[in-house]
Ligand binder design. Structure first.
Ligand SMILES: [Zn+2]
Ligand SMILES: [Zn+2]
Length: 335
């Protein structure tokens, strides 16, 4: 019997089989997972091609090396194809029944390594820690601009996750509005007077069937209403609204968790396309209770279908209990 489960954070429904699961090898697109649509002949993110990107905003570099030249290990640049301009004023125009806003915002690209062909699952704990520190630094810098109301950090890996370039990179988007995607969090707080993510932490820890691993500062689970097969959430155990407030001990712990989990996932799902999504809280506006930052790791093993789009109900052929069991067993062998 299948179940239709409610995702309280995203406010959507997910159809999930109760006792069966597609094994990783059954997914038709996995072998094509890390293909990309971009020009594979020339890579603007490779070391030596720094002049092909906008100027460097921030970088980890060898001492004495100059900006926009080789010698870096992580490099942040503006997104060349961004639709946003931070210098514009936010203005609304009505066109009969339609309306639009000026494209106020900012989009940055974090080039994670100078080396082409390696990715997070190849990185050391120290390297992932540096990457998280760059995310935190840029997050807190963008957050200072009053026009920015929400910052989304994300990574697209492979064509089925929306990547246009193969070279390992993440992106950060400062938006002039708060997206509706996490609206379930403030709604739950309004109704119940407590944080939904803290409630999920408590129930999943007690129940245990969807827990993959618990580290000092984080709990890894396959969520109850996983929209994507093998979807995984990494949740800070201490209530905290903004990713930008992550502390040093949490960065070290998260770097370790991401290193181990990315290796396990890449191996178990045969090098899949995936998205990383850092969910955080609104900025530069009156405090809205109920947000609690967390990281989503979303393998993209199936293409979104007409039924998903038309009904808003995702269909996930892998029960999260079975996905968690697979990851948990692999994790136990490694740690
Ligand atoms: Zn490259
Ligand atoms: Zn919380």
């Amino acid at each position: 019997m299948a179940e239709i489960r409610r995702d309280l954070v995203r406010n959507c429904w997910v159809a999930i089989p109760a006792n069966s699961a597609l094994k990783p090898a059954h997914f038709p697109i996995k072998r094509r997972g890390i293909e990309t649509v971009g020009n594979q002949g020339f890579c603007p993110f490779c070391e030596g091609n720094e002049s092909s990107t906008p100027h460097e905003i921030m970088a980890y570099r060898k001492e004495g090396s100059q900006p926009d030249t080789p010698g870096w290990s992580i490099r942040v640049v503006a997104n060349k194809f961004s639709v946003f301009q931070i210098d514009e004023a936010l203005e609304k125009t009505d066109l009969g029944i339609y309306s639009n806003y000026t494209g106020v915002g900012k989009q940055e690209v974090i080039i994670e390594t100078p080396e082409h062909g390696i990715d997070i699952h190849n990185f050391s704990q120290q390297k992932i820690g540096q990457l998280l520190t760059v995310f935190k630094t840029r997050y807190n810098n963008l957050a200072q601009n009053e026009k920015i109301k929400y910052i989304q950090i994300y990574k697209n890996r492979g064509i089925f996750a929306g990547a246009s370039l193969e070279h390992s990179h993440s992106q950060m988007m400062g938006l002039p509005y708060v997206p509706r995607t996490n609206a379930g969090l403030p709604r739950y707080f309004q109704k119940k007077g407590r944080c939904l993510i803290c409630a999920i932490l408590a129930q999943e820890k007690q129940n245990g069937v969807r827990v993959i691993y618990e580290s000092e500062h984080f709990l890894l689970i396959c969520p109850y209403a996983s929209r994507f097969s093998y979807e995984t959430w990494v949740i800070p155990k201490q209530h905290c609204e903004h990713f930008g407030d992550i502390n040093e001990a949490q960065i070290i712990d998260l770097a370790w968790v991401v290193m181990i989990f990315s290796r396990i996932m890449t191996d178990a799902l045969d090098n899949p396309a995936y998205n990383l999504v850092f969910n955080s809280a609104p900025l530069n506006m009156q405090f809205v209770p109920g947000y609690h930052w967390f990281l989503e790791i979303l393998p993209r093993l199936l293409v979104t279908t007409g039924a998903d789009i038309s009904t808003g109900m995702y269909s996930n052929p892998v029960a999260p209990e079975l996905a968690a069991e697979l990851f948990r067993n692999k994790m136990l062998k490694l740690v």
